[in-house]
Design a protein around this ligand. Structure first.
Ligand SMILES: Cc1cc2nc3c(=O)[nH]c(=O)nc-3n(C[C@H](O)[C@H](O)[C@H](O)COP(=O)(O)OP(=O)(O)OC[C@H]3O[C@@H](n4cnc5c(N)ncnc54)[C@H](O)[C@@H]3O)c2cc1C
Length: 430
């Protein structure tokens, strides 16, 4: 039996890994310039940026590289870091520079893939689909703002008469294509990035859980069978941070998101549902997102629950949602079904900052982290090397902490889900 606490979840991605590389467990006391907890996109990209600047870096993960959300997500590479309007209170210059971080983050991923020649099935193109007029208006507004701010890629609005040229479903009234976003195999990306970081000198330790942190001029990170003494610590555990840091844990609401992968559909059938092989996402808060894999399976995902409970019957429940979008797929077999944790924040914008002078964190991508995590890695590395004060700008937004306690947080999350369902319902009636 596979130990899913430490091994990759049984997913389409785990079944199609390019190269299985094991990193050792830490079983001694070591020192490093920087210790990073969490080997997902945030942790590995922070490490990559730092090692290029000449820092000695150690990354630890309680499981495997890419075990968390980074190795099991929908693979949608979507530009946009955070809502720039949240930053308008600090002036237009700040709002513009925060917007630019988001506009550039998918390109940053492309640069990394190119620089290290990572084979991760990158495909260009993303269409956001509207279920109602309120959502269509939101897309029109977004296009206006992004064009005005100077987006380097094309945003194209698609109306009712054209939408089926892209998505073969009768559910949508239109959409918007972003030529600067796309989709990829996230587990092969993070594993490729980890290999690149390791080749450049980053020490990576798997099955090595950070149990305790002692802050100070040098931070001490204690693990099961060893420890790391470092000048800087980066906490990149995101939705899986658990008890390691209760303050960070209370700033996010871990919710589940689930994905099913069908059997390969064949070229013709795949074209009938997503003609131009783009990533697709609807605009509901409890959204559906889907895309084709390189072997033409439909990977169909959906936000699931905010109760924090392990989801049950993922394949049956998501199959129902998939058939609501594509009724003709009722004869198709489901080969894989899996779930993962998403760190949702109250404002639904990522949280980057410092806990002390030398302890940094980034978390709370609210279900849109594949591209933004890469920008977060760059921002934190630049904060450590004192080259860029963007982290100070981003930490100007005050993040709400929920009171502790299992009862409170799961009840708050369930209420949150109800609230979002209600918002989606009201929009659908407009
Ligand atoms: C099912 C699903 C679908 C998604 N789909 C998309 C999508 O299509 N597009 C998109 O942009 N985003 C998507 N997301 C969100 C995206 O995957 C995340 O925002 C992103 O991967 C977060 O990366 P991360 O490195 O911050 O965290 P993670 O990848 O979760 O990594 C955190 C790591 O920290 C480790 N860790 C935690 N605590 C400790 C400790 N004490 N000691 C050692 N290690 C520890 C964990 O083992 C884990 O490996 C999805 C998420 C899920 C779950």
């Amino acid at each position: 039996m596979v130990n899913t606490e430490t091994e990759h979840v049984a997913s389409y991605y785990a079944a199609t890994i390019n190269e299985h590389k094991n990193y050792p467990m830490l079983n001694e006391d070591i020192t490093s310039d920087v210790c990073i907890v969490g080997a997902g996109f945030t942790g590995i990209n922070t490490a990559l940026n730092l090692v290029k600047k000449g820092y000695k870096v150690a990354v630890i993960d309680s499981a495997r590289v890419g075990w968390g959300a980074s190795g099991r997500n929908g693979g949608q590479l979507i530009s946009g870091f955070t809502y720039s309007n949240k930053f308008e209170q600090f002036g237009e210059e700040v709002a513009q520079s925060v917007w630019k971080l988001g506009a550039d983050c998918s390109d940053l991923v492309r640069e990394t893939i190119k620089e290290f020649d990572i084979d991760c099935d990158l495909k260009e193109g993303f269409i956001e689909v509207a279920l109602n007029n309120v959502q269509m208006d939101e897309l029109v507004e977004r296009k206006e703002e992004w064009d005005r701010r100077g987006y380097q890629h094309n945003l194209t609005l698609v109306d009712n008469s054209e939408i089926n040229d892209y998505v073969g479903s009768s559910n949508y009234i239109g959409g918007m294509i972003d030529s600067g976003s796309g989709h990829l195999h996230p587990l092969n990306l993070v594993l490729g990035e980890a290999k690149a970081a390791n080749n450049l000198g980053v020490s990576i330790y798997e099955k090595t859980k950070a149990l305790n942190i002692k802050p100070g001029k040098e931070v001490l990170i204690e693990t099961d069978q060893g420890s790391i003494r470092a000048k800087h610590l980066v906490l990149a555990g995101n939705a899986y941070i658990g008890k390691l840091n209760p303050k960070l844990r209370r700033m996010i609401m871990p919710s589940n998101s689930c994905i099913i992968a069908t059997e390969p559909l064949g070229d013709e059938r795949a074209k009938e549902i997503i003609a131009k092989d783009m990533a697709v996402c609807d605009l509901n808060t409890i959204l559906d997102y889907y895309r084709l894999s390189s072997d033409k399976r439909l990977l169909f995902g959906g936000r699931y629950n905010f109760s924090g409970n392990e989801p049950k019957n993922i394949d049956q429940n998501l199959r129902k949602r998939m058939l609501n979008v594509f009724p003709d797929l009722d004869d198709v077999r489901i080969d894989y079904a899996w779930a993962g944790n998403v760190a949702v924040t109250v404002h639904r914008i990522p949280q980057l900052g410092r806990l002390t002078d030398n302890i940094f964190y980034s978390q709370g991508y609210s279900g849109h982290g594949v591209a933004p995590t890469h920008m977060a890695g760059k921002i934190i590395a630049n904060a450590i090397s004192n080259e860029w004060d963007m982290i100070e700008t981003l930490s100007k937004i005050k993040h709400i902490q929920l009171p502790g306690g299992k009862w409170f947080s799961s009840t708050a999350m369930s209420l949150g889900l109800l609230y979002y369902r209600l918002q989606d319902f009201i929009a659908s009636k407009s």
